[in-house]
Design a protein around this ligand. Structure first.
Ligand SMILES: *Cc1c(COP(=O)(O)O)cnc(C)c1O
Length: 382
């Protein structure tokens, strides 16, 4: 089976992890700091804080921005459930903004319209999470202007998008958001097995993220209330978690990060080749916004006849092509339907979902494998 995404682990990755295994620290050692610094440099961020997953990073990012009971978090339905669930972890409520039918990202007009309504209804969001779907940045400049106008915070869910660019800046520099979150699950662009990072501009915000990552505990003399008690002393000043990344995972991340730009280039080649080979088929290839250079985590095609999606998907799986679908609209999940959402609420995300299939897209996909995918797809569609 050719999967829809997969990691590449080289000898140098294995050596990097083994070196940590043989060192004094397998967690809470120097590799995590090294990974944070290397990643911050790579994406042009002032601060980076590593977590054991992007989900943990999203949770703590929401808390650090003050999200709590009585607050609203808005995201898109076309995402993984984690982008929305983080609100419930904080006791807040979730609402959604529909997607743009071309980019499949948060629709700026739908956001603006919903904000006008929410202002009147007294339901303005405290946090909005645009998701850079498939690796392509949302229209952050316009979204940031709305954040300034209505006074909400922005977390970019860039789980798909490390290595991508927006208006010639790397995603993660936080020019348009308070916090950006990356995921390093093996299907994503680079991997730490499990892991995530939150980047931000403010040193103080980074300190809060790091404290919430580790039980709400601090040794920072400028934060603790007591006089100098001694070298052992720490204080828990709020309720945090154990969301730390281990040094084993971080070492893998440092090693993988060195291949980030090569991976993006290779994904670009795979995309160009798909675009050319699929041009005569009854489907739409992923559209690229001129402001954005996608990291191309996914290659989601849109069948012109959604009624054929189930059969085409099954035919491809039957032919050994591990296609997938991204995403079942979050608001249609049973958990969300129990909270009042229903089919019909976000028609663009639902229409997109009906015709969507993600083709295999990863840097080590060979031309022969790609040809296999294309032939199977041609067969299924004719
Ligand atoms: C993968 C993913 C997450 C969660 O990442 P983990 O590191 O697995 O917790 C969140 N949001 C989006 C959009 C994702 O694709």
């Amino acid at each position: 089976m050719i999967p829809y995404g997969r990691q590449e682990i080289l000898a140098e990755d294995i050596e990097a992890v083994v070196a940590v295994l043989q060192s004094d620290f397998i967690t809470q050692g120097p590799a995590v700091v090294q990974f944070e610094q290397a990643l911050a440099k790579e994406v042009g961020a002032a601060q980076a804080v590593a977590f054991n997953s992007a989900t943990s990073a999203l949770h703590v990012a929401c808390l650090a921005l003050g999200l709590g009971a009585g607050d609203w978090l808005w995201t898109v339905p076309n995402t993984f459930v984690a982008s929305a669930n983080c609100a419930f972890y904080c006791g807040a409520q979730v609402d959604f903004v529909d997607i743009d039918p071309r980019s499949y990202n948060m629709c700026v007009d739908a956001l603006a319209e919903k904000l006008r309504w929410a202002e009147g209804a007294g339901k303005l969001p405290k946090v909005v999470i645009p998701v850079h779907f498939a690796g392509q940045s949302c229209q952050m400049s316009e979204i940031k202007a709305l954040a300034d106008q209505y006074g909400f915070c922005l977390i970019e869910d860039a789980s798909h998008a490390i290595g991508g660019r927006y208006l010639d800046q790397p995603i993660g520099a936080c020019q348009y958001a308070d916090i950006t979150v990356f995921s390093f699950h093996p299907v994503k662009i680079i991997t730490t097995a499990e892991g995530g990072v939150a980047t931000c501009k403010s040193k103080q915000l980074a300190a809060t993220l790091a404290r919430l990552r580790s039980h709400g505990v601090t040794r920072d003399p400028s934060v603790i209330s007591a006089q100098d008690e001694g070298g052992w002393y720490y204080e828990q000043i709020e309720l945090g978690f154990n969301y730390r990344m281990s040094d084993l995972h971080a070492a893998l991340g440092v090693s993988q990060l060195q291949r980030l730009s090569a991976y993006i280039e290779r994904r670009d080649e795979v995309k160009q080749r798909y675009d050319a080979l699929l041009s005569d088929l009854p489907l739409t290839v992923p559209w690229q916004h001129p402001d954005s250079h996608s990291a191309l985590h996914l290659y989601p095609i849109q069948l012109h006849d959604p009624a054929e999606r189930r059969r085409v998907f099954d035919d491809l799986r039957q032919a050994g092509i591990g296609v997938n679908v991204h995403y079942i609209p979050v608001h249609t999940q049973p958990f969300y339907q129990k909270r009042g959402f229903a089919w019909g609420d976000f028609p663009q995300a639902e229409a997109y979902y009906q015709g969507a299939i993600s083709l295999p897209m990863f840097p080590t996909l060979s031309e022969a494998q790609q040809d296999e995918v294309v032939v199977a797809l041609q067969k299924a569609l004719t």
